[in-house]
Ligand binder design. Sequence first.
Ligand SMILES: Cc1cc2nc3c(=O)[nH]c(=O)nc-3n(C[C@H](O)[C@H](O)[C@H](O)COP(=O)(O)O)c2cc1C
Length: 209
Amino acid sequence: MNWWVKPAVAALFCGVLWVLFQEGLALERKIVATAAIAAYALILLRYNKACLGEAEGESGAGVDYLVAYATETGTARQIARQTCKTIRENGLRASLVELNRLVSSPRPSKGLLVIASTTGNGDAPRTGDAWQEEGGSFLRNFASCSYAVLALGDRSYSNFCGFGLQVAAELQQAGAVPLFEPVLVHQGDPASVNYWFRQLSRSAVPARR
Ligand SMILES: Cc1cc2nc3c(=O)[nH]c(=O)nc-3n(C[C@H](O)[C@H](O)[C@H](O)COP(=O)(O)O)c2cc1C
C-alpha cells in the first residue's frame, strides 16, 4: 500500500464522523458531505489497489519474469506492459516494476527483462534515475540471473540508447547472464519492437503448446 493512503483514509473517516456530529447542520448537507468524503476515500482505495496490481510480485510472491521499465514519456512502460501480457499469455508469471523500485523486488526465477529509454544526453529517464541509489549492491541478487534489455532511443542523439546499454553493462558486470544482445530501438520502430518479442519467444518465453 502507498504509505500515505492509510492515514488519508483514516483522516477522511474522521471527517465523516465530524460532519455527522455537527450540530446545527441540516440533514441533507450532512448526507451530501458524508457521501462526498466516502466517495473520495473509495477513489483513494481503488487507486491504491491499481498501484498494487502494477507492482504485483513485490510482496515476495515468486514470479518467473520480472519486467522492469524506465521511461520518460511512457513508451517503455507501454512495451513493458505488453511484454508482461505476452509472458502471462504463455502461462508464466510476470511482474511489472519501475526500474527505480528494482532494489526492493524479489529475484525472479527465470529472468529479468528491462525496457529502458534514454533522455537528456545519454541519461536515465525519471523512472530509472535512482535505480542504483543505494550504491547498486542489490545487483548482486541478480548474479547468474538471466536478463535481456530493450533500449529505446533515437539515432540523432550521439549517445544512442545510452542508458539502456548502461543498464545492460551493469547487469552483466554484476554476473547476470544475457539471454541475447540488447535490442536497440530508434524512435519506437515497430520492426525492432517485434524483433524483441521474437527474441523473447526464442530464448525466454516459448509459445504455449
Ligand atoms: C529531451 C530528450 C532527450 C533524449 N535523449 C536521448 C539520448 O541521449 N539518446 C537516445 O538514444 N535517445 C534520446 N532521446 C529519445 C528517446 O529515448 C526516445 O524518444 C524514446 O523512445 C522515448 O521513450 P519513453 O517514452 O519510454 O521515454 C531523447 C528524447 C528526448 C525528448
